[in-house]
Structures are given as C-alpha cells and as structure tokens.
Design a protein around this ligand. Sequence first.
Ligand SMILES: C[S@@+](CC[C@H](N)C(=O)[O-])C[C@H]1O[C@@H](n2cnc3c(N)ncnc32)[C@H](O)[C@@H]1O
Length: 444
Amino acid sequence: MLDTFISIGDTLKEIRENKGFHLQDVAKNTSINYTILSRIETGKRLPTKPQVQNLATFYNYSEEELIKHLISDKILYEVQNEDFGLEGFHLAEQKIKYGLSLFNDYNHLEKFELHSRRYIGNKAKLTDWIMEIIQKETTGNDTFIDVFSGTAIVAKEAMKTYKNVVLNDILYSNNVTYQAFFDNKKWNSKKLIDIVNEYNTLNPKDIRENYFSKNFGGKFYEKDLSKIIGYIRQDIENRKEELNSKEFAILLTSLIYTIDRLANTVGHFDAYIKKPIAKRPLNFRLIQTEDFEGAEIYCEDSNKLVRKLKGDIAYIDPPYNSRQYSRFYHVYENLVQWKKPKLYGVALKPEPENMSKYCTVKAKNAFKDLVENLDVKYLAVSYNNTYKSKSKSSKNKIKYEEIVEILNSIGETKIFEQSHKYFNTGKTDFNDHKEFLFLTKKYD
Ligand SMILES: C[S@@+](CC[C@H](N)C(=O)[O-])C[C@H]1O[C@@H](n2cnc3c(N)ncnc32)[C@H](O)[C@@H]1O
C-alpha cells in the first residue's frame, strides 16, 4: 500500500520502481515522452488526466487512486500559497456536498459532441470533402436526405446549408441519438443535470448485480462499472414518466457516449479483449445538443422509407460487406431497447434483428431499387473497401463497376476519389484502397 500523503509524481515513481521498470520502458509502452515522464516523477509538472489513465493501465494500478492523487495535487497547488487557502478549500467541499457547483449550468459543463463516439465506417474525416463536392456540383438547399445516417456526422454538416435534413438508420441506438441531438422539442437541462450528478456519485458497493452486469460484467465492461451502467439504464426507464421524449433520449444517448470510451473492445461488440480490465470511473457526461429546426428523423428500412420522401439530394452510405451493424453494436441496441433478451455465444448477442439486405447477396438489387425510387434531383453515393480483402466477410457485396452501371442508368454520374491516406492514421497499409464519391444528376 502506498503512502496517501505523497504527491502524484512520487506515487508514480514508487509504483514504477516496485514493478521494476525503467523510465525508458514506460515511455516506450505508454507513448508518453521520456522527459515528460521524468518531469512528472520529479514533481516539476503535473500529469494530465489521460496520461494518468494511460499509466494506470500500463501499471495495472487503480486509476481511481491515481486520479484522486492528481486532483488533490491540483487543489494543493491552487490553495497552498493563499492566505485563506484551507478555508476556501473547506467551503468548496461544502459546495460539492450540497451540489452547489458553479458548473451546474448546461452551457458551462463539459459535454460530448456528436462526433465523440467510435463508429465503424463513420465519415467524420471525410465530411468536408463530401460536402465540398456536393456544394460545387449541385443546386438547391431545401431538403437533404441522409438515407443511412450512422453517426449523423454528414447530416450535421448538411444542416449548415439545407433547410430540412432527413436522418434515418435501422439501428435503435442511432435513432435515439438523432432524437437527442436534433429533435427540436424543449427540454429541461437543470432536471437532467441533477440526475447526472446523482449518477456520478453512485458507489458500486451499494448496487446489486443486474441484467447488464450479469451478462457483460468482466467482459465488455469492468465488473463494478457494468453494475453502475445496468443500474443507470434501469433508473432512466423508471423515470420515463417524469421525462419527455427528448430528455429520455438525451439521457440514453449520454449513457452510450459515456460508456463508449470505457468499453473493453477495439471499437465494436463483435468481441471483447480477453485481458483483465482496469477500473475506470464512470464520469457520466451529457451530450451537447444541436440547434436545428429542420430535422426529420426515421428508424426505417432505407428502401421502404425512400418511397415516401422527396428532396434535393440524397446521400447514400450503406454497408458494403457482410458485417451487420446491428451485430457490431448489439450491446447498445440491447441497452436502448431494454427488453433484456436472452443472449448467446461468446459475444453475448441476442437473436438477430434489423439485419440489412445490403450485407447480403441481395445488396445489388436493393441498391438499384433504392436509387430508382428516390425522388431527388441528385444522389451522392459513398463507396469504399476499407477492410482487408483477404477476409471473406470483408469482401464488398456490390462491385464498383455495378454501382457505376446502376447509377449511369438513372442519370449522369461523375466520380470523385480520395486516397485513404487522407483519413487513416497512417498505421494501416490500405495499399490501393480508396474512398469514392459518385455524384449523379438524375435524368428528368
Ligand atoms: C457506413 S454506415 C453510415 C455511416 C455514416 N455515413 C456516418 O458517417 O456515420 C451504414 C449505416 O447504414 C445502416 N443501415 C444498414 N442497412 C440499412 C437499411 N436497410 N436501412 C437503413 N439503415 C441501414 C447501418 O446501421 C449503418 O449505421
């Protein structure tokens, strides 16, 4: 057991020495610069919170303990040379206890932005490129239809130009995020902040095992954390009567965004990492809602929906291989629906639901049917093959030539391409993998 009354720097040094590591080993394994590490250990600077989290994981040491040391050092730094430092600190303690935080104002809280989540195939890094082409090549600013919205990052960008933006996805967990970020209903931030403050003081010791912890604890989430997640989800359900639909959606979406970074996965729920999971505090945060009056939100099969819509342009970004999104994100689908189904297999998946035709041999026909039935002037279609082509499940269900042929049959098509180097971190070798955007002006 380490001494409580030593600084975060001394604490980190002692842990490292007890483990028999040299500073060089730590620098190599955590990607924290050697000099920075040395300055932290000698008390010449404080570590950042992500650095502490990184070190806790590397040392397999309680993150909670280290964060507590960090916070106490920060406070000490602020008050030690003040005449009334200790008194000020005691007053702050009372304010914290009684929830009198200065930061109880939604505008001043640290929040999650729409893009702060991991989602396979999201276009976050390509949005500017896509929208630039659309702006240059098309006319009209009335209605933009994002048929397969996913994270809604493209739809959000379109909101800067178009009066109405249609958002759609078959996943319930995506639909709830659209309601949370874009539904124009009034909501009470004070009410939600009070609830969030309660969530952030939950102690796992006081919480019983529940559906979420029994199934996912020690697998997709650390055991104590999974108890808290299950408890919060049930609590949101229990409060349904006192929340309007926007408030309900904001709490659920905030829960998803909060736990997204705490999942013991590589970014989806097809599998979990089979190593002991470090303890991490929940730190529940609300999302930053968007101000836009023209969002139209659907949770429908794309091909059924497009028959009902009319617009200037449709953006089409379906899945192109056999990996089903409803299976990748089954934990969030489960959490949002909260029907507590029986789960199967190592990855604890429910019975299949919302399986997409676009991930099957029917993809080509589905695509043809979709573009023929869209009542728009323009179509913008994203196409890529970002997975390693060696794996069968990663092979695209619609070939490049097939897309071109189908699009040429309904209008005049221009093709734009972007090398993947533009948006991957450079770590993966995608060789000749490219991102394409087909821009079709439909025949009258
Ligand atoms: C490649 S992702 C879209 C990514 C999105 N453009 C973004 O930037 O986040 C494809 C999306 O299509 C959805 N999807 C698949 N089949 C669908 C269907 N038949 N109808 C509606 N949505 C579907 C998936 O759930 C997934 O979110």
